[in-house]
Design a protein around this ligand. Structure first.
Ligand code: 8LQ
Length: 478
């Protein structure tokens, strides 16, 4: 059996540790898969190769990253004790707070840096708007692995070297933009890094898109909708911009039916979801390949386990849980069981989907922290987005306000309207309330507000205003 698994691992295209890719490789244009064998092989066979790789990655981290050795010694776990993927579930998860604290104690890249600092050739990071920023120290080898992985997933989306790919998210610390950039470049496409986020940029983006013949858009779903709105304001029908495809990361949307539908309708183009967390770049290891909602977990790039949020053991296929990620190609800052605190549901691999990876049919639909409870019901902001954005006369933005009246939490949604007659506004709001009650199981108060009341975002939307946080802070005196 081990001889069989060895030969199967050998036959996996360009599967080595440490990773090394043939940079000249590109499949024939008509071929659907970048690495046909690796993407369609029986999942159990792939899992054997992944187990062997996990042991290599853990042994490497044990030898090179004091952070992991400390953590595992405390937990009484040695890499050699991982005999099957069930054993791997006993490896303690890594939390983002731990990484932040470790980096503060071991400037600038943390004691989970597993290469000599002189090998760090790229720096990205978190924006640091909430807490201490985290620096990503990336070796040239890792940069190339990410480029190759992203090219491969983008190839699966049907992007080809004849495409011009617009990177329309901030080209600063955000790894999302650079991951899309390197992937498009490795694929051989034309890259157009216009970025996003500076004043007046969106109108210029519309103009440049037309001039450059952009065929593929990358950014956040919120920004694509904003761009469509600005194009219309400029007298340009977004459907005339010539896009074939849009792919997304950063926030829920591309797998949320209403948002996805609005983007498809506005641009007359296909929508693809992708993205996990910058720490586990290649973040596109959660990436769509067929033009349908949901993403595959490309397990041979980053091993993804959907886990119970409390005990961090894998939940059965069909169930909801939080993704826990293990990088299989990273040597500079390897992530081994990084806890995402996001929410998704996963399904078993099936050859019918064209790739034998587990499938997340609704993508990632929210963060556990963003979920709130109103009168005992758990509510995800993306479920509210899905309902209000489907309303005829929806003006393009809304805000979700949770507050506490005496002892009860209440939910209000302020929704911009456009083209709804003043006399019918009340009925319009009540109809959305009905739909929200059916979708969420709790009542919400819908307040119509004028078109363009709220700011649009060039990046990730923040629509929830939680008054209870304020009350809690005031109450605790902190
Ligand atoms: N997040 C990221 N991608 C998401 C998606 N497709 N659907 C739902 N939520 C998603 C660098 C990449 O773009 C990924 C990224 O945005 O990394 P960040 O900036 O580290 O943010 C990670 C968080 O964005 C995740 O934990 C999800 O909550 C969300």
């Amino acid at each position: 059996r081990s001889a069989q698994s060895a030969s199967s691992a050998q036959s996996m295209e360009q599967w080595t540790w440490p990773p090394r890719y043939d940079e000249t490789y590109r499949p024939p244009a008509g071929q659907a898969h970048w690495f046909p064998h690796r993407e369609t092989m029986p999942a159990e066979q792939r899992d054997e190769a992944i187990l062997a790789r996990i042991r290599e990655v853990m042994a490497y981290a044990w030898d090179h990253a004091p952070f992991y050795r400390r953590k595992w010694e405390e937990a009484g776990i040695h890499p050699s004790a991982i005999r099957d993927l069930a054993d791997f579930e006993k490896v303690p998860v890594v939390r983002k707070e731990e990484l932040r604290a470790d980096q503060a104690a071991h400037e600038p890249f943390g004691s989970y840096l597993a290469v000599d600092p002189s090998e760090v050739k790229h720096v990205n990071g978190t924006s640091g708007t909430t807490g201490r920023p985290t620096a990503f120290g990336i070796s040239e080898r890792d940069w190339r692995s990410v480029a190759n992985a992203h090219a491969r997933v983008m190839w699966g989306m049907g992007i080809r070297e004849t495409d011009t790919v617009l990177v329309a998210s901030p080209l600063s610390l955000y790894w999302g933009s650079w991951g899309a950039y390197t992937g498009a470049e490795r694929l051989g496409a034309r890259v157009f890094p216009f970025g996003a986020g500076t004043p007046g940029q969106t109108a210029r983006t519309v103009m440049w898109m037309k001039q450059m013949g952009v065929t593929v858009f990358y950014g956040t779903p919120s920004y694509a909708l904003h761009l469509a709105e600005v194009a219309a304001d400029e007298g340009v029908d977004p459907a005339d911009l010539g896009l074939r495809k849009l792919f997304f990361s950063g926030e829920p949307g591309a797998s949320v039916p209403t948002i996805r539908g609005r983007i498809e309708a506005a641009f007359g183009a296909e929508v693809y979801d992708s993205g996990s967390m910058a720490e586990v770049s290649p973040w596109m290891h959660l990436g769509a390949a067929n033009h349908e909602p949901g993403v595959f977990a490309w397990q041979d790039l980053v091993y993804t386990e959907v886990c119970d949020p409390v005990d961090h053991h894998r939940v059965d296929y069909g169930r909801e849980g939080t993704p826990v990620y293990t990088t299989l190609e990273r040597t500079s800052q390897p992530m081994i069981r990084l806890l995402s605190n996001d929410l998704t549901r996963w399904e078993a691999p099936s050859a019918d989907r064209g790739r034998t990876y587990p499938f997340l049919p609704q993508g990632i639909y929210g963060r556990i922290d963003d979920m709130f409870t109103v009168r005992g019901e758990n509510v995800y902001p993306s479920a509210i987005d899905d309902v209000v954005m489907a309303a005829e006369g929806y003006g393009g933005e809304h805000r979700i306000v949770i507050s506490r009246k005496s002892t009860m939490d209440t939910l209000a949604v302020q929704v911009e309207h456009r083209g709804v007659a003043e006399s019918t506004l009340d009925g319009w709001a009540r109809a959305i309330e009905d739909k929200l009650r059916r979708a969420l199981g709790v009542g919400a108060h819908v307040v119509p507000v004028e078109y363009k009341t709220f700011d649009r975002t060039e990046f990730k939307a923040r629509r929830v205003i939680d008054d209870r946080d304020l009350l809690r802070r005031l109450g605790s005196g902190s």
